[in-house]
Design a protein around this ligand. Structure first.
Ligand code: R5P
Length: 304
């Protein structure tokens, strides 16, 4: 069977090259251009005819990336690719999973519908599944959600002495619990009330029983970092040791990383689903394995 091809949108070429090597795929060449009026041009320079292909595009700045992604996926299909998959290590638009206020757009559903029309399969890492049980609730294509808990747990077990894993809000319970299990550490969860984008109030459990442990805050996304900062401040108030802050996805809105550093954690660590100086935990082998299982499709017919 001919090797699959992995194309990478700008900003993803290093990850794409590693994924291609790990998944036994060829690196696809493409060029992109942004016109003065901000329209996008994409040109495919490696012939995808009759090949299984994937596009690597992490989606932390989704609005700028999605148009080139849609153009590329459509070009690949029309140039004869058998199947076009999307490897999006970070999947955007998962947090608007209900209408929090009357009249709001349910962006998670709309976004899923757009991507489901554009590509044949999707691989991502720890999508923010809170009100949805799985990606299948909103995506109509085969999806694989790779979990980072094993890699994060292994990092904690190697780098942190006597860890206590803490989820900074109820929504992070699922990540904190599985990470704690992988690190063979106890865990607890903070209660959080969010009043706005940057207005977060937290109430942390009594940690007096754990004064000999290093707190490790674990969340899926660090965006404004307000959730992490509120938790770090509460730990300081309880005279706990400075915490290690771990995020799966280093979204970090403007100024957020510096603000979190200023709160005084012991360290800030993320996985490499979004390139960032805090990346210390490698998710590419697990992503490559998930992509490989989509490539191993034998003679499955091309999309009609
Ligand atoms: C939401 O519940 C998520 O799990 C994260 O806690 C949240 O997205 C973090 O956002 P921010 O960094 O803006 O506080």
């Amino acid at each position: 069977m001919t090797a699959p091809i992995i194309f990478s949108l700008p900003g993803n070429t290093a990850a794409g090259a590693q994924l291609a090597s790990m998944a036994g795929a060829e690196i696809g060449l493409l060029s992109t251009h942004t016109f003065p009026d901000e329209e996008s041009l994409v040109r495919v320079d490696t012939d995808p005819r009759d090949r299984d292909v994937a596009v690597v595009a992490t989606l932390h700045h989704p609005n700028a990336v999605v148009m080139p992604l849609l153009f590329l996926a459509d070009a690949l299909h029309s140039l004869g690719a058998r199947r076009v998959g999307l490897i999006a290590p970070y999947l955007a638009y998962m947090r608007q999973d209900t209408r929090f206020n009357p009249g709001e757009a349910l962006t998670s559903r709309t976004f899923a519908s757009i991507l489901s029309d554009a590509v044949d399969w999707l691989v991502t890492v720890d999508p923010h599944l809170h009100r949805y049980a799985s990606l299948a609730d909103i995506y109509d294509i085969p999806t694989a959600a790779v979990h980072a808990s094993k890699e994060i747990g292994a990092w904690i077990a190697t780098h942190v002495e006597r860890p206590l894993v803490i989820g900074p809000d109820e929504e992070s319970r699922q990540w904190a619990e599985s990470v704690a299990a992988a690190a063979k550490a106890p865990f607890t969860v903070v209660t959080k009330t969010r009043h706005g984008d940057v207005d977060v109030i937290e109430s942390i459990p009594d940690l007096r029983a754990h004064t000999d442990r290093t707190p490790v805050l674990v969340d899926d996304i660090i965006s404004t970092a307000r959730t992490m900062i509120a938790a770090v401040n509460h730990l300081h108030e309880q005279r706990a040791q400075p915490p290690v802050c771990i995020g799966v996805h280093a979204v970090f809105a403007t100024g957020a990383y510096a603000a979190l550093e200023n709160a005084g954690p012991a360290s800030i660590v993320t996985t490499n689903t979004i390139p960032h100086p805090s990346n210390q935990i490698d998710m590419l082998p697990a992503i490559a394995a998930a992509a490989r299982s989509h490539f191993d499709v034998g003679d499955r017919p091309a999309r009609p």
